[in-house]
Design a protein around this ligand. Structure first.
Ligand SMILES: C[S@@+](CC[C@H](N)C(=O)[O-])C[C@H]1O[C@@H](n2cnc3c(N)ncnc32)[C@H](O)[C@@H]1O
Length: 206
């Protein structure tokens, strides 16, 4: 049977904590898989903020939402939450979410790395795919912990396998290791017999 994939485990942990009507964030919209999952999970009355630095990713996300019955708008009549697609870096999330949402967000999902099949370039030496980067990722993680409600969860899928991925993975490992136990409970979900494979952190705010 095997264990759940890191992506499915992230969704499982979020689904247990994000109630209908909640406010949630997809920090890396990409192809929109997690955005749609979040929109279904918090449903009508809920709100999803989805960030990506690539127009292409937001277009893919919008298409996925439309195909699922939502317009990326207010979700009326679709069974989906209102979804706000933000063409911005996740490191801006504290500025982009309204003040009334601060400290009230139920879940924030990060899926680091690059957009599979994406045409974007510019991350490393102006070449290669657009990837998430350690500096902005750590800034966004810090912002995420401030935005979460007590009991809220941040999930972070880390990809050490691509060029630049190990640097980011090490930065995330170190940052999470240094978090104070009094404020955050941290979980690591990993397949140790598969070197270089993605792994998942979950952070529950106390
Ligand atoms: C692995 S993909 C996300 C996959 C997505 N969660 C899904 O379900 O399809 C990573 C995404 O992060 C985006 N990204 C890179 N840097 C970013 C940043 N600073 N802020 C927000 N998104 C960023 C990339 O453009 C890419 O689309």
């Amino acid at each position: 049977m095997g264990f759940l994939s890191v992506l499915t485990m992230a969704q499982r942990l979020v689904a247990e904590r994000a109630a209908p009507g909640a406010t949630v964030v997809d920090a890396t919209a990409g192809g929109g898989v997690d955005t749609l999952f979040l929109a279904r999970t918090v449903g009508p009355g809920g709100r999803v903020y989805a960030f990506d630095v690539q127009e292409e990713a937001l277009a893919r996300t919008q298409k996925r939402l439309l195909e699922a019955g939502g317009a990326g708008g207010d979700g009326a009549g679709t069974g989906l939450a209102e979804v706000l697609l933000l063409h911005a870096g996740h490191e801006e999330m504290a500025d982009r979410l309204p003040a009334e949402a601060h400290g009230r967000v139920s879940a924030i999902m990060f899926n680091l790395g690059y957009l599979p099949g994406g045409s974007g370039t510019g991350a490393l030496d102006g070449d290669g795919p657009v990837i998430t980067m350690p500096g902005t990722t750590l800034a966004a993680l810090a912002a995420a912990l401030r935005l979460l409600a007590p009991g809220g969860i941040a999930t972070v899928v880390v990809y050490p396998g691509h060029q630049g991925g190990q640097d980011e993975a090490s930065a995330v490992d170190d940052w999470i290791s240094a978090l104070p136990d009094e404020t955050v409970q941290a979980l690591l979900y990993r397949f140790p017999k598969r070197p270089g494979s993605p792994y998942l952190y979950a952070l529950e705010k106390k």
